[in-house]
Each structure stands twice: as structure tokens, then as C-alpha cells.
Design a binder for this molecule. Structure first.
Ligand SMILES: Cc1cc2nc3c(=O)[nH]c(=O)nc-3n(C[C@H](O)[C@H](O)[C@H](O)COP(=O)(O)OP(=O)(O)OC[C@H]3O[C@@H](n4cnc5c(N)ncnc54)[C@H](O)[C@@H]3O)c2cc1C
Length: 390
């Protein structure tokens, strides 16, 4: 296979598929997406899929706001199903979080996001099963919820194919072709593809792809377990996604019968992206069960059902790198989403299409995500103690 393309997108996760779709939608007729496994076979397929707009950085909040519109109107805007459940998202905090929550809600409201401050009484009213010990404030956004990441990504891939994108599954990029500081294409396990533009959206493998072009992107790959517990019959009611900033856990309803527990604490242990434990350990199940029991005592009558562990591609400040690589014309990256890159996928696709086709992103200020920030020792870490919250 030696083919010619306008753009090669490396990676069939949410951000690669949304990027390929956005480029084709903007009129490019020869976009090729190369995926070494199947669509959403990387971290995207193991994502919790939580869709919230509560970010302390304005750019991320704006990207989440626009993406919520896409998740909400998915069938009309993209086609197919994203499995979006609009249950709302509640943040629960203590004294140390109050100023940041207030500033974030004020900023969100300025951006046109429906977000509001919550008293402890408001939180208890929102979910009578909540034990509010240690909580002093909160925030709520009715527009959020959760989507089905594998379904959403496959729907994006199908929509991209309808727009003319070629998707090569079970095909790995093994080398980049670069001559005189310009990208000329890629070598894959199925042959070569020539293209003047190549976009690295390869998640935990993205640093290795960037290194093929001599670019250094500091990505630590870490393992993140989630546990699903069956809810007792008396708690099969609708509840929002909960983010507990005091204890560092999130609780995501799985429809009305179950609930997922995961941590928002920084994970530091590096793992091999191709060889790691994909199941939660007994101890991890115990920790998640103990956490939900503290916050929702009604779960004393729940039961652990199982779970899995996926990968985070974590940068030093927990923000992605979304940029062109200055020394290699035509080479772009959107990697290092640091455990929070599903929800903003639609906005990432739009941003990448603007970067490639317009020479700059008009919709968002991507300065936060620039490639050069680590060499300049600039950090874009969010204002909370947990990097992933942003
Ligand atoms: C357990 C868990 C829970 C999460 N929860 C949330 C959440 O609630 N909300 C949220 O917003 N985010 C969440 N995230 C993070 C989010 O899922 C990721 O940030 C996002 O899915 C990353 O998508 P991506 O397209 O950038 O990359 P990936 O999903 O990593 O996709 C990259 C793809 O590139 C392919 N690839 C790699 N190398 C090559 C190569 N050489 N050739 C061809 N293909 C290649 C891989 O096979 C992979 O499919 C969670 C992640 C995990 C693991």
C-alpha cells in the first residue's frame, strides 16, 4: 500500500476520530486515519466518559461548553449515538475549595455555562443519600453528565467515513518521513502514506511518535482503576455525577442500577502502556468501596460488580499539548490529555482543523497547551489540588 493523502491522523481514540471528522467536514477529501488496534482500543475505550464544564482554566471550560452542545445534539450534529446521559454534575468541596469553586462558577457563568453555587443544604436536597460530613460548599451544572466513550468514538469514526475519511484499522505507524524539516508522510505496517500534514493523536504512545520527529513531549503513562458497584434497590433513582473535592473521588451513575467509583488524586506510578494490569486489584476495589460508603452510606447494601484499569497520558501540568511542532513543517500533535480528554473531544477536533487549515485556532486560545511550555518551565496546572480537575 503506497497511497497519497492530504492529512494522516495517527490514533483512533476520541480526539483522533473527532479531528479526522472535523478536517473532512471542512472539505479535505483525502484524510487517512491510522489506528494500530480498533477504534477506541486505547484509553478512550476505558474512559469513564464524564462530561463536565467545571474547569478552572477558561479555555478548557469553553472547550467543554462547546463539546456539551455536541454531546447533547449528537444525532443531528454528528450522526449516530454518543450514549450521552444528561444527569448533571455536582462538585462538593470543603473550606479550602470555596474560593476556587466560586471563582470557577463566576467564570463559567461569564462563558454562558449554566452553573451555580450550592450550599450543603442544596447538595443534600439534590441527593438525599449524600452524607455531607466535611462539606461546606459546592457547585452544580445541570448540562453535564456522561457519555459512552466507545460508542461515541465509533459514531465519530462512522461520521468521518461518511465524509470520505479512510480508516486503516490494525495498522501501526512505525516511522515518520521527514525531509529538509518538512513532514512527507508515514511508514505503516501496511506500507507508506505520503502526506504534507501528519497529526499525532496517539495518546500514551504519542510521546514516542513525537520523538520520531525529534520532538520531546514529557508524558508519564499511569494506570487508573475504576470500580463499578451495584446500587441497592432503594437507591435506583437519578443522581448526578459527583466529584468530591475533599476526599478526591468521583462517583458516576451507570444508569440507575449501578455507580462507578474512581479517584481524582494525582497518579504518579509510571507503567508500560503495552504491558500493565488492566483489572483493579482487590485493594483498589476495597478502597473504592470504602470511599463510596463514606459519602453514600446507603451503599452498605451495594455490591462490587467489577471494573477495569485504563491509562492516563500525563504531562507535568496535567494539560495536553495541542500545537504544531515548530521544527518540522506539517507535523502537529494533540497528546497528553492527562486523564480528562474525552469530554472535550469535539472541541479538540475543531481546534485541530483550524490549526491545520487556517494556520491558527480561532475558536480557542491554545496558549495553555503550547508545545514549548515545558522547556520554558511554564506550568498550566489548574487551581485545585488535583491535576485532573484542571
Ligand atoms: C479509566 C479512565 C477514566 C477516564 N475518565 C474520563 C472522564 O470521565 N472524562 C474525560 O473527559 N476523560 C476521561 N478519561 C481520559 C480520556 O479517556 C482520555 O483523555 C481520552 O480518551 C484520550 O483520547 P485520545 O484520542 O487522545 O487518545 P487514546 O484514546 O489514547 O487513543 C490513541 C490511539 O492511538 C493509537 N495508536 C497509538 N500508537 C499508534 C501507532 N503507532 N499507530 C497507529 N495507532 C496508534 C492507540 O491504539 C489508541 O487507540 C479517562 C481515562 C481513563 C483511562
Amino acid at each position: 500500500m503506497d497511497i497519497a493523502a492530504d492529512v494522516v491522523v495517527i490514533g483512533g481514540g476520541i480526539n483522533g476520530c473527532a479531528t479526522a471528522h472535523a478536517l473532512a467536514k471542512r472539505g479535505l477529501t483525502r484524510v487517512v486515519l491510522v489506528e494500530k488496534g480498533h477504534i477506541a482500543s486505547g484509553p478512550t475505550g476505558r474512559s469513564s466518559g464524564i462530561v463536565r464544564q467545571h474547569y478552572t482554566h477558561e479555555t478548557l471550560a469553553a472547550m467543554a461548553r462547546d463539546s456539551v452542545k455536541t454531546w447533547t445534539n449528537f444525532a443531528d450534529e454528528i450522526g449516530g449515538d454518543a450514549g450521552f446521559v444528561n444527569c448533571g454534575v455536582a462538585f462538593a468541596g470543603g473550606d479550602r475549595d470555596a474560593d476556587t469553586i466560586r471563582a470557577t462558577v463566576t467564570m463559567q457563568q461569564r462563558l454562558g455555562i449554566d452553573a451555580r453555587m450550592m450550599s450543603v443544604g442544596d447538595l443534600e436536597e439534590l441527593e438525599p443519600a449524600l452524607r455531607s460530613d466535611g462539606l461546606t460548599c459546592g457547585a452544580y451544572e445541570p448540562g453535564g453528565g456522561y457519555a459512552d466513550p466507545a460508542l461515541a468514538t465509533n459514531s465519530f469514526a462512522a461520521a468521518a467515513q461518511r465524509e470520505g475519511v479512510t480508516i486503516l484499522r490494525k495498522t501501526a505507524v512505525t516511522a515518520l518521513s521527514i525531509r529538509a524539516g518538512r513532514i512527507e508522510g508515514v511508514t505503516t505496517t501496511a506500507g507508506g502514506i505520503s502526506a504534507p500534514v501528519v497529526i499525532d493523536v496517539a495518546g500514551p504512545w504519542g510521546g514516542a511518535i513525537a520523538a520520531m520527529a525529534g520532538a520531546t513531549i514529557p508524558i508519564a503513562v499511569s494506570r487508573h482503576p475504576v470500580v463499578i458497584l451495584q446500587r441497592p434497590a432503594q437507591w435506583r433513582t437519578s443522581t448526578p455525577v459527583w466529584v468530591d473535592l475533599t476526599e478526591g473521588w468521583y462517583y458516576k451513575p451507570e444508569r440507575q442500577t449501578a455507580i462507578m467509583v474512581g479517584s481524582v488524586r494525582d497518579t504518579e506510578t509510571a507503567v508500560d502502556p503495552d504491558d500493565h494490569d488492566t483489572m483493579p486489584t482487590y485493594r483498589e476495589i476495597e478502597e473504592c468501596s470504602a470511599a463510596i460508603l463514606e459519602r453514600f452510606p446507603i451503599m452498605a447494601e451495594g455490591a462490587a460488580q467489577g471494573g477495569w484499569a485504563g491509562l492516563y497520558d500525563v504531562t507535568p501540568d496535567w494539560q495536553p499539548v495541542i500545537d504544531r511542532i515548530p521544527d518540522v513543517d506539517g507535523f502537529y500533535v494533540a497528546v497528553g490529555f492527562s486523564g480528562h480528554g474525552f469530554k472535550i473531544g469535539p472541541a479538540v477536533g475543531r481546534a485541530m482543523a483550524e490549526l491545520v487549515l487556517d494556520g491558527a485556532c480561532r475558536s480557542y486560545d491554545l496558549n495553555l497547551f503550547r508545545y514549548g511550555r515545558f522547556a520554558e518551565h511554564q506550568s498550566s496546572r489548574g487551581a485545585y489540588g488535583f491535576g485532573i480537575v484542571g
